[in-house]
Design a protein around this ligand. Structure first.
Ligand SMILES: Cc1cc2nc3c(=O)[nH]c(=O)nc-3n(C[C@H](O)[C@H](O)[C@H](O)COP(=O)(O)OP(=O)(O)OC[C@H]3O[C@@H](n4cnc5c(N)ncnc54)[C@H](O)[C@@H]3O)c2cc1C
Length: 388
């Protein structure tokens, strides 16, 4: 189904329509528009109105659900963020509230000690700045950390920013470089013979294009099935979060524990998330979700006082092994997919780089063959990944 070598030789890029104005679509629009490619972003609600806006905004390379290459992708993406952030800020004129942060992967029992020590080793193999620290050193970072803490992995190669402001900054910077944003819903694709020629909009118009990229997050799977008759393993996945306002000094470090991130944003709010729910597209904050999240912050920071400012939920995509799906999709020429799993904010820079390299420079990144639709289908049949 996916023939990467074809795109190394004969594909005519022309005008590119990107469906989806989340961080994945907007980062790609930014990268392509900087290369002088004519780009249109089609977004039905508003830029960053779905998962991207609700994200913690962590650029924290640390996923290894399927293999070491995921850590390498994260590390490459962090480097790409560092490379592009100054230009994005300058071209958009927007404050994205970015900050360097240190993340403590807390260990509260012996199993967690072992696990975080192995993890530290794997991350350092990708040349990320991580170290194991004991409980005393951790409490020197923040004395409010639990007396039950045994230590943890301190990850110093992380950036955090306001995800809503960043995604909007990408859209503004893309427009600065000539991209167009259309506020409408894409309802289908148009083809001539085996080539994409346009995107049909709900208002009746057609956006003519030579290439289309489906970057619709959790909604990509159903659109690909309907428009291309291809079944890809992209599920909707609901995630709940809270915004707290801590009293007292800022946290001395961000903390990750039992899948939960606690990070003090530069606007003074603390992101506490995420509770993963198996409720499909129905993403909403619940009392159970709130209790579940608060229980974790009380365990890690028992003496921290705070008020709850906001509860929210977003619908992200889930893919087998949390590996993104990137590259050509379906049989027609010029149709691409770019969908990340629940770490898409981190991977947005890497995925945009890889697709820009393929589309503009006809270069196949060494990791791209791992990310194709065919690989995703193969992975979905792996029984070991069923519970991820
Ligand atoms: C609470 C929470 C915390 C998270 N924290 C992190 C984190 O710290 N780090 C990290 O790496 N990831 C994090 N994630 C995951 C991350 O947010 C997502 O992986 C990422 O935002 C996905 O971006 P996207 O552009 O693919 O999807 P989205 O942001 O969902 O964007 C898809 C867009 O497509 C549009 N769309 C859909 N269908 C159509 C259509 N037919 N026509 C036009 N437009 C359409 C939607 O309106 C939407 O705006 C978090 C997610 C949540 C919910």
């Amino acid at each position: 189904m996916t023939n990467l070598s074809h795109y190394q030789s004969s594909h005519n890029l022309g005008k590119v329509a990107i469906i989806g104005g989340g961080v994945i679509g907007c980062f790609l629009a930014y990268r392509l528009s900087k290369e002088g490619v004519p780009v249109v972003i089609i977004e039905r609600r508003g830029v960053a109105s779905e998962a991207s806006g609700w994200s913690a905004g962590n650029v924290q390379p640390a996923t290894r659900t399927y293999g070491q290459f995921q850590i390498d992708m994260g590390a490459e993406s962090l480097a790409a963020f560092r490379r592009w952030l100054p230009e994005i800020k300058e071209e958009s004129g927007r404050d994205i509230r970015d900050q360097k942060i240190r993340y403590l992967y807390a260990a509260m029992n012996e199993d967690e000690v072992q696990d975080t020590q192995v993890f530290a080793q794997e991350l350092s193999e990708a040349k990320l700045r991580v170290e194991w620290i004991d409980a005393k050193a951790a409490r020197e970072l923040d004395s409010r950390l639990s007396p039950g803490l045994l230590g943890g992995m301190l990850h110093s190669d992380c950036i955090q920013m306001d995800p809503y402001m960043f995604t909007n900054a990408l859209a503004v910077a893309s427009r600065h470089n000539g991209a167009r944003l259309i506020n409408d819903e894409a309802i289908g694709l148009e083809f001539l013979h085996d080539r994409i020629t346009g995107v049909k909009l709900s208002g009746g118009d057609v956006v003519h294009c030579d290439t289309v990229v489906l970057a619709m997050g959790a909604w990509s799977g159903q659109a690909i099935k309907k428009w291309l008759n291809v079944s890809l393993p992209i599920g909707p996945h609901a995630l709940q979060k809270l915004h707290l306002r801590p009293k007292g000094p800022r946290l001395g470090c961000a903390v990750r524990w039992m899948g939960t991130n606690m990070v003090h944003r530069s606007d003074g709010l603390m992101h506490l998330g995420s509770k993963h729910d198996d409720t499909g597209f129905d993403a909403r904050p619940t009392n159970d979700g709130k209790e579940w999240l608060l229980e974790r912050v009380h365990k890690i920071f028992p003496s921290l006082k705070f008020t709850i400012e906001e509860a929210g939920a977003g619908c992200g995509a889930s893919t087998p092994g949390r590996v993104p799906i990137l590259g050509p999709v379906g049989l027609a020429d010029g149709v691409f997919v770019s969908v990340a799993s629940t770490n898409g904010f981190l991977l947005s820079a890497f995925m945009s780089d890889v697709l820009t390299e393929l589309l503009v420079h006809r270069h196949v990144h060494t990791l791209l063959p791992e990310l194709t639709s065919d690989q995703a289908i193969r992975r979905s049949a792996d029984p070991q990944l069923k519970d991820i």
